[in-house]
Design a protein. Structure first.
Length: 265
């Protein structure tokens, strides 16, 4: 397939009966873009066009987000990875490049480890291998994100995503702060999926050439995790973006985008 410029969602029924919405834009070599926890495909709105017209981009609304179904069960990073493979099958794509950030990077790890024949090149951004050996965010960040005031939590999340100087110049709205229409059970499902992620044992199975990107000032997912991933994934390379926070891909759009495009090329 060469791609499509259709703007409407398309749907695929997964093997456990969930309707998952996906979107393909542009033409050319396919690049699958995987968003962060509790976010839909709008996570990528600010930058996906940077990969056109050389390639097409494929996104999806994770189960529980966007136009996809929100089942009561079935939330885990391995399950999300199987949903990605269902989308590839629906599009008739035997192989694709995969770029996952935050929880999307956790999902991408499972796609590449379980289905190495489906991933040509892999980019992991601001993510973690999970499990007991990963470097967790500090207790103050966890407490702030679990606070009772939604506005305060949103302010904290914005500060974790972007530097103050960038938000002054770019007042939003931001597409990386969560899908506001998610039902509570789905939001909790995403949180549990991300927290329980542990791909440590399967990371050496990844055969795709891998680029790991991380913001040097990321407190949401500490940058030490980039080195851990590189130790576990054969021949992976790491690039830290000094001064960047969790949403490095948006704030450092020009630099990060150029790195990814060069690696994929």
């Amino acid at each position: 397939m060469t791609g499509t410029d259709e703007r409407a969602d398309t749907f695929v029924r997964t093997d456990d009966g969930v309707s998952v919405a996906y979107q393909r834009r542009g033409t050319g070599i396919p690049l699958v873009l995987l968003a962060g926890q509790a976010n839909n495909h709008h996570w990528w709105d600010g930058i996906r066009e940077d990969f056109h017209p050389a390639r097409s981009t494929v996104t999806l609304d994770y189960r529980g987000t966007g136009a996809s179904d929100a089942p009561r069960e079935g939330y885990s990073t391995p399950r999300f990875a199987e949903d990605v493979v269902c989308v590839l099958d629906a599009l008739g794509l035997e192989r694709a490049d995969v770029y996952g950030t935050s929880m999307g990077g956790r999902v991408a790890q499972w796609v590449a480890a379980r289905h190495p024949d489906r991933v040509r090149r892999l980019v992991l951004g601001c993510t973690s291998p999970g499990g007991p050996l990963a470097v967790e965010r500090d207790a103050s960040v966890r407490r702030a994100l679990a606070g009772p005031d939604p506005d305060a939590v949103r302010r904290t999340l914005t500060e974790l995503m972007y530097t103050p100087g960038w938000t002054q110049e770019h007042p939003g709205p931001y597409g990386t702060l969560g899908d506001p229409h998610m039902p509570p059970h789905a939001r909790n499902g995403h949180l549990t999926a991300s927290n329980r992620h542990d791909a440590w044992d399967v990371l050496p199975r990844i055969t795709a050439p891998t680029l790991i990107l991380h913001g040097g000032q990321d407190r949401l997912t500490p940058p030490e995790n980039a080195a851990l991933l590189a130790e576990r994934i054969p021949d992976a390379r790491v690039h830290l973006l000094p001064g960047a926070r969790h949403a490095y891909f948006e704030e450092c759009r020009d630099t990060a985008g150029a790195l990814v495009r060069a690696f994929l090329a």
